[in-house]
Design a protein around this ligand. Structure first.
Ligand code: PLP
Length: 387
């Protein structure tokens, strides 16, 4: 049998592979502390679960519109207005089965041989994977440790040429937990005005997980870019709903029909009852989110200090999301060797930097979406491993 050549260009997300490896070790009796996968370790708020169950009991079990039920799109529009003071027509909002499909569709809209797409490296691995899959040239934007992994506007603009169709920004970032300030994003938005042929995909899935008192530097601040701005977001991280597969995105009006066509061809529509749960999450109280952020701040402080106390490990302070991304070069190992040793010797599952691009060979990612107890235990085990 002959498979399509394009398949060989499709990458993956190694965090899932590491999870499988860790589960395998657990089956053999080894105790593993999971700091690999990027998902909150909190329960979905009860009022969200209850309203989803009610929706099912009320008979919301059938097909619905491919772009999402209007009530859900209106709830997203209300939320964007209340958070960012931006008015977005619900017809420009598409409800997706998670955050990832927005990436897939946005990159598919622009990627083809001969085109170029700029993406962050280190960055979420699916950007590069999807760009390669479409046959477009994947142009990495190397984010530097010495700049705390924040965006460098001049560098981004210098990568744009006549073949550039799309630029992908992720702020706050995975895997670094860095947050680029609004001032810098203002400058970037200004600079992008000179390139009206370039669309922007702003992945803001961690927008509510800013771990200090900074305001979220959202691209919704720039209405002048709306005609080529795609914003990716969803419920996964904010409401601890990773397994529900529920996301939303905002598109320029002129792209909406094409994206709906992708939805119809691929997933038809998003689970109806879950969209009702999504509305409750957006409109309901945010106590759970507040508690989660407080806990992430405490864990961030713990892991940041703990990692920097390890011999040969240096870690900049994570300001968003729930990831620490230390440099482990000083231990004499590269990121892959360190991560492997952590899993097999210390029993701590983490992800090597190479899972996020070519420039992070000396780094590893710790997800601190785990209890303080487990983080403390993991740090002790790694300290023992290093000594
Ligand atoms: N964007 C970034 C930067 C992520 O880290 C993730 C998940 O880890 C996603 C998007 C995908 O989110 P979802 O699980 O909702 O598909």
């Amino acid at each position: 049998m002959k498979l399509a050549k394009s398949l060989s260009r499709l990458g993956t997300e190694s965090a899932f592979k590491i999870l499988a490896e860790a589960k395998n070790l657990e089956k053999k009796g080894k105790e593993i502390i999971h700091l690999g996968l990027g998902q909150p370790d909190f329960k979905t708020p009860k009022h969200v679960v209850d309203s989803t169950i009610k929706a099912l009991k009320d008979g919301h079990h059938g097909y619905v519109l491919p772009n999402g039920i209007i009530e859900c799109r209106q709830a997203v529009s209300r939320k964007i207005e209340s958070l960012y003071n931006a008015k977005i027509d619900p017809e420009r909002i598409i409800i997706m089965p998670g955050g990832k499909p927005t990436m897939f569709y946005a990159i598919s809209l622009f990627g083809e041989p001969g085109s170029e797409i700029i993406y962050p490296d280190p960055g979420f691995p699916i950007y590069e994977s999807m760009i390669n899959y479409t046959g477009a040239k994947a142009v990495p934007l190397n984010l530097l440790e010495k700049k705390d992994f924040t965006l460098d506007v001049d560098k981004i603009l210098s990568l744009i040429n006549e073949k550039t169709r799309l630029i992908i920004i992720n702020n706050p970032s995975n895997p670094m937990g860095s947050v680029t300030d609004k001032k810098v994003i203002d400058k970037l938005a200004e600079g992008l005005k000179k390139f009206p042929q370039v669309a922007i995909l702003s992945d803001e899935i961690y927008d509510r997980l800013i771990l200090d008192d900074k305001k979220m530097p959202t691209f919704f601040n720039y209405p002048e870019l709306y005609s080529r701005l795609i914003v990716l977001n969803g419920w996964s991280k904010t409401y601890s709903m990773t397994g529900w597969r529920l996301g939303w995105s905002v598109w320029p009006e002129k792209f909406v029909d094409s994206v709906i066509r992708f939805c119809v061809n691929n997933h038809s529509c998003v689970n109806a009852a879950i969209q009702f749960g999504g509305i409750t999450a957006l409109d309901g109280p945010e106590d759970s989110l507040k508690i989660m952020v407080e806990k992430f701040i405490a864990r961030r402080d713990l892991i940041h200090k703990g990692l920097n106390n390890l011999k040969g490990v240096e870690c900049s302070k994570p300001l968003g999301a729930f990831y620490a991304f230390p440099n482990v070069k000083g231990t004499g190992m590269n990121g892959s060797e360190f991560a492997k040793k952590c899993l097999h010797e210390a029993g701590v599952a983490i992800v090597p930097g190479t899972a996020f691009g070519k420039f992070a060979t000396d780094h590893v990612r710790f997800s601190f979406a785990a209890s303080r107890e487990n983080i403390k235990k993991a740090l002790i085990k790694i300290e023992e491993m290093l000594s």
